[in-house]
Design a protein. Structure first.
Length: 293
């Protein structure tokens, strides 16, 4: 990965990290599924009327919308609504580093290098330190939701790769069009139609800011660039960069909501950063390939 792309990915990780605080701002005021539906509605309309559908089968667009809109962000937003801190939700979502490496190795036949494995192990140790020092704040429901979302994250990358699209922005827009309706239906199924109707009437400036921030810089700009990197590089090369997101999410949670950033979390953040650095090290070719299976 060249230096320019690496720097831009770090900046993107900062944006995504602070986005978790913006999500928390929204779910403090509105139903989580409804907030996510609003996010993707704003991201899609009216752009979809001005962008031609990418030349890929409909099944890839539908699968992308469901895994990305509902699977990744619907469940992640719901986990924050279920009581997880914004920083912890981001940390647990980063468990996708394991499934991404497995997807890259077994489904995409990518090489898994020693540096990527060691970097991921270091990062996971950092995540473990933070989880073990949460004083019981990891609820069973929140944990199940965000870990499910982490698996969908890896599946989402596989869909983008398998689609073979080079029209990344158009693919994003048209794929996300399949997210709002299922999210709205889930909101009504989980909270009930009357509760959803009440949430709609309760929409305020905080909700609109949260949805707009998630829709425009985070989703339209961020995932256009992310998917571009997924297509340009291997999944197992790009995936470790997401380990930076929890660091920025913890900082955002501390700055905006007073979420704790104690000594253990600071140490863990350093370990995660070290893991990302190690994963990007390029070793001599004869030493890089880890034979699995």
């Amino acid at each position: 990965m060249n230096q320019r792309d690496s720097l831009l990915l770090v900046l993107l990780m900062a944006l995504w990290g602070f986005n978790f605080s913006v999500i928390k701002l929204g779910v403090n005021n509105i139903d989580p599924f409804l907030l996510t539906a609003l996010r993707f509605t704003l991201a899609v309309l009216p752009l979809i009327f001005f962008i031609r559908r990418p030349n890929v089968p409909w099944r890839y667009l539908m699968a992308y919308g469901l895994t990305f809109g509902v699977g990744v962000w619907g469940l992640t937003t719901l986990s924050v609504g279920a009581g997880l801190s914004s920083g912890l939700a981001s940390l647990l979502l980063d468990m996708s580093v394991i499934s991404s490496l497995l997807v890259g190795r077994y489904l995409l036949k990518e090489q898994v290098t020693v540096s990527k494995v060691l970097g991921s192990i270091l990062a996971l140790i950092g995540l473990g330190i933070i989880i073990l020092n949460q004083d019981g704040t990891v609820t069973v429901l929140g944990l199940a939701l965000v870990l499910s979302a982490s698996v969908f994250w890896s599946v989402n990358g596989l869909i983008v790769k398998r689609s073979g699209t080079r029209e990344i922005f158009a693919f994003n827009i048209w794929g996300m069009a399949f997210a709002p309706v299922p999210l709205l239906l889930l909101a009504m199924a989980v909270s009930g139609p009357s509760s959803v109707a009440q949430s709609i009437t309760d929409i305020n400036s905080s909700v609109l800011f949260s949805a707009a921030f998630q829709a425009y810089p985070t989703t339209l700009l961020g995932y256009w660039f992310w998917n571009k990197m997924i297509v340009k590089y291997s999944v197992s090369s790009v995936a470790p960069m997401t380990l930076l997101v929890p660091v920025f999410a913890l900082i955002g949670g501390y700055l905006f909501f007073g979420e704790s950033l104690d000594a253990a979390q600071s140490i863990a953040a350093i370990v995660i950063l070290l893991g990302v650095a190690v994963s990007e090290i390029k070793l001599p070719k004869r030493r890089v390939v880890v034979k699995v299976g």
